[in-house]
Design a protein around this ligand. Structure first.
Ligand SMILES: [Zn+2]
Length: 81
């Protein structure tokens, strides 16, 4: 009837706890949307590059990340220009 030994059950329980821990502690690093202030090109990266890949200028990048329903969940705040 019982195929598992006490030790096996213990290991399984520990494994399950570890999996739960892993799931709860998943790194939440959503990519950030950056908009080039020079050409308006939007890129999705963790950190903005030194040089814009579109216009090749060392321009300022504006954080336009948006995760609210106001922006239609596109990830970009269209109100920021
Ligand atoms: Zn640019």
């Amino acid at each position: 009837m019982f195929d598992f030994t006490v030790e096996e059950l213990h290991i399984q329980g520990k494994k399950r706890k570890e999996e739960k821990y892993m799931a709860e502690n998943k790194p939440q690093l959503p990519d950030t949307f950056w908009k080039c202030s020079n050409c308006g090109n939007t890129i999705q990266v963790e950190k903005p590059p030194r040089e814009c890949p579109a216009c090749r200028q060392q321009c300022q990048f504006l954080n336009v990340t948006c995760y609210t329903p106001d922006c239609g969940f596109t990830g970009i705040d269209q109100r920021l220009k």
